[in-house]
Design a binder for this molecule. Sequence first.
Ligand code: PLP
Length: 423
Amino acid sequence: MPTDDPSAAPLWRPYTQMKHAAPPLEAVRTHGSRIVLADGRALVDGIASWWTAVHGYNHPHIAAAVSEQLGTMPHVMFGGLTHAPAERLARRLAGLLPGDLNHVFFTDSGSVAVEVALKMAVQLWLNRGEAGRTRILAFRGGYHGDTVGAMSVCDPEEGMHRRFGAFLPSQLFSDLPRTEAEAATLDGILARHRTELAAVIVEPLVQGAGGMRMHPPEVLATIARLARRHGLPLIVDEIFTGFGRTGTLFACEQAGIVPDILCLSKALTGGTMALAATIATGEVFSAFWSDDPGAALMHGPTFMANPLACAAADASLDLFAREPRLEQARAIGTRLAEGFEPLRGRPGIADIRTLGAIGVVQFAEPPDLATLKARLVERGVWVRPFGDVVYLTPALTIGRDDLDHLIESVVSVSTGVASHRAI
Ligand code: PLP
């Protein structure tokens, strides 16, 4: 039960008003697409643990790779040392990414991968002798993480960090260029602010935590073209979209673009360990390649390139190579689209949309999220609705019965919640 005694809450939970929050469910075990609770119930996970567990939980191939690494070298500092798991993973990632995104900097969370990308962009200009380029152009509706630099490029008005405006670096914001007029506006902003801008940052094809808003590949291609026209590096944040979520291994493939800097995390280790990567092209990297020690990238998290996490990621890439994950993602998308279709046009439902293995139901008005979630838990479903959306991003390996159960539950509970609100 919620309590009036703050001292009764030693564990501070994410995105949670601790005073009023119901106690969280206690998870004791996971397997496949299931989260088993302490009271014995098993929930079908509709969101793959914040979009990480693409192969389902406890995949034996990843578990075996991590166990083996655990017995050899769980961790060693990366300053001045290297190790095979990191070397191998960096080479494999470079081989999978488009163009010459070949220079991999490992960190331990998505937000920090974004921090490193922003820092790389600013320092790239410092190293080239242009000290005034310290601002980033980002898009309204975007979300890039919870650390200071990452917060500064999230949507400044609608985003969860909007109260921090006075504390954050001042960035520039634009609407996504969905129309020619919006592209012309973006072009104008980039032209006017060119000498103070260090980079453009975007979530490709879908703005995730900002509202699960999707855009076609042409919009991404327009952003890449305009960034290039103004000589600005493009940072593509694939932390949500990377590793099959949009139906291709990386979302930027669908627009045929090669960003200058790309961020990965979440599904990188198949949801097993914390790991992230900021990956730069040869051109970006060469701005740091210098006789001047001051031109080096001054960043180095203690746990960067953790060998256990690199081993997990390497094993996850094996699974992408040998199992039909992208076909599975597309098949999930087809099923999500069919399954959500009956909701289209229903009272209280503003939109339904899908992309790859992402299915979204958007309500006309924000529903009572606690009730929505509780009803889904009663049906044995784990999701995390926010704002005015409930969405599914299951493991790409989810079985047909579990997927159908997720879809039917979301459709049924959403219909109830939406029609109640629409009365
Ligand atoms: N970038 C995007 C697109 C994200 O969706 C997220 C997390 O949801 C982040 C960055 C931040 O990642 P992390 O939560 O690992 O810091």
